[in-house]
Structures are given as structure tokens and as C-alpha cells.
Design a protein around this ligand. Sequence first.
Ligand SMILES: Cc1cc2nc3c(=O)[nH]c(=O)nc-3n(C[C@H](O)[C@H](O)[C@H](O)COP(=O)(O)OP(=O)(O)OC[C@H]3O[C@@H](n4cnc5c(N)ncnc54)[C@H](O)[C@@H]3O)c2cc1C
Length: 306
Amino acid sequence: MEEVVIVGGGLAGLSAAVDLVEDEDTNVTVLEKNGHLGGRAGNKIDPVEEDPVPIAPHIYVSFYDELKSFFSKIGSEDAIYWEDGQICDVYYEGEFSTVKTGHLKPPWYLASLFANYPLFSTREMLNNFKVGSKLYLLDEDDIEDLDDTTVEEFLNDLGASKGVIDKFYRLICLALLNAPVEKCSAAEFCRLMKNFMKTDGRDWGYAKGGLGDVYTENAREFIEEHGGEVRMKTAVEEIKFESEEVTGLELETGEYVEPDQIISTVPPTVLRDILPEEQMETEFFSHLENFHGVPYYSAFACLMVR
Ligand SMILES: Cc1cc2nc3c(=O)[nH]c(=O)nc-3n(C[C@H](O)[C@H](O)[C@H](O)COP(=O)(O)OP(=O)(O)OC[C@H]3O[C@@H](n4cnc5c(N)ncnc54)[C@H](O)[C@@H]3O)c2cc1C
């Protein structure tokens, strides 16, 4: 029997565990530091009322194939309400405009979005068609080469006008990649745009209930029914190494575990805190220093039935 320990009970940890427990030769344990599951796609517990409060409104996109198969496996496929097309309000220079994508199949729904984008002048609309069609023609090799290029440099090279960048791509980068065009990786940006152009990339979905309630319990039940274990309030204090080989995990409880495989699903900014200092100097882990958190303000109304 292969012993696998997954560090973190967020979306990545739970979905990895759900896949792995199906293999009868694998024994899976999830270690989660909090007393609730879901991580950044879950609830925070209000310290005063002790109510579960969803962390953010969370938009799901219909090209999230792995997420859809995870939700369907655990019986949460009905937890998301799929909006036919995409609708959002954009606030720019004091004015709100509603953006709709219509009912065309990808990538044509994007053409209709570009043509009807309320903030563009005719000149900007035509300019954006040129940029959009160049984006459509990029392949994965072209995209790989863009990792050290910023979105701003990339769009300037494609001939995007300032208005097109400010009114459209700046918004996409901030809202969906959480980074400004001056800093965002052009490769990540292109992958996102290519996904929107895919056959199944058109619709947006919203969780029908509190984010932490729509999948975390079903995932935990699925894991336990298949012989796995989910341990909450069990933080990993340090990942132990012998030279460059991972050997085990030291837990906050004082336990030491030595599974055959360890899967870390904690964010990079957390991973570097649980690595021994000398590992941060190795070539493999040194890049973790380059990750920084980004400020994210999210205001939403949540109606709860008590
Ligand atoms: C405000 C906000 C809005 C967002 N909106 C969207 C959106 O609209 N659409 C979208 O697709 N994505 C959105 N995201 C991103 C999405 O939530 C994340 O990409 C996703 O939840 C990350 O899941 P994860 O499992 O990789 O990481 P996490 O959710 O961070 O999971 C890591 C888990 O590890 C646990 N952990 C940490 N340290 C330890 C330790 N030492 N030992 C054991 N466990 C530990 C944590 O408690 C956590 O449960 C949003 C994120 C935020 C914060």
C-alpha cells in the first residue's frame, strides 16, 4: 500500500485526494491546519458570531474542465448555477456599462463582445479585433516564450492602442489574474485568453450556496467512504529533508510522519515557511522568493438563512 499525505485541504488538496482515493493501492491522508476545509475557495468563520462566511463571490468559468469533473464525482454538480453567456458591469471614468457576450459559440461570442463593448470607440473596436485575432493564432510554443514579457509589453508589440489596453485588458488582468498589466506575465494572460476562446469557454457560473458548503463536505465524505482520512486542525510545521530528498513531515502536534509520497498544495508563500532554510537556497526552491501576495478587496452581500 502506497501512503500518500496531502498537505492542505483547499480545492487543490481535496480534488487531488478525491482522485487518489479511487486507487485501491493508495492510502490517502489530507492534513489541514484550519478547523474547516476549502482554503481560499471556502468559508472563514466569523470570530464573533461563529457563522461561516464565504470568502469571495467566486466566479467559475465553463472551461474549468477539471473542476467540473471533481464536482460531478463528489455529487456537487448542481452546486453551480451556470449563466448562459457572461454578463458584468464595468466601471470606467465615472460611468457604469453592462457587458454581455451574447449566445454565439466560442470564439465568436468574443467577436460579439468586442463589437458591442460599450467603452470602445469605432477605432478602438477595430484595433482590438486586430489584437484579438493575433492572440487567437498563438500556439503553446509562442506562449511559453512570453513568460518574461509583461502584458503591457506584449500588447504594445501587438499594436494595441492605449485606449484598448486601459479600457479592456487592464480590467481583465486585474480582475482575473489579480495583477496590473505592467507586472502580469504575458504567458499567463495568453493562456487565459486562449481558454476563453475554447469550445467550452463561454459561460460563467456562481455557487448556489455558501462557497464552503457546496463541495467541502461532499469531498470529505467521498474521501472517507473510499478509505482516506481528512485531519483538520493539523498543521504541518516543517517538511523534513535528507540532502535534497524529502523524508517526512513534522506536525504542529509534535508527530512525525513518513509517508511514501507527499503532495504539497499550500500556496508558494506558505510553502517557503515550512521548508528548512537551507532548502530555499537550492535551485529547485529558490524561485519561491519571487512570489508575493497581492491585495484583493472583495465586497459582496451575502444573505443567510439561520
Ligand atoms: C478573495 C478571492 C477571490 C477569488 N475569486 C476567484 C474567482 O472568482 N474564480 C476563481 O477561479 N478563483 C478565484 N480565487 C482563487 C481561488 O480561490 C484559488 O485559486 C483556489 O481556492 C486555490 O486553492 P488551493 O487549494 O490551491 O489553495 P488554498 O485554498 O490556499 O488551500 C491551501 C490549504 O492549505 C492549508 N494550509 C496552509 N498552511 C498549512 C500547513 N502548514 N499545514 C496544513 N495545511 C495548511 C490552508 O488552510 C488551505 O486550506 C479567489 C481567491 C480569493 C482569495
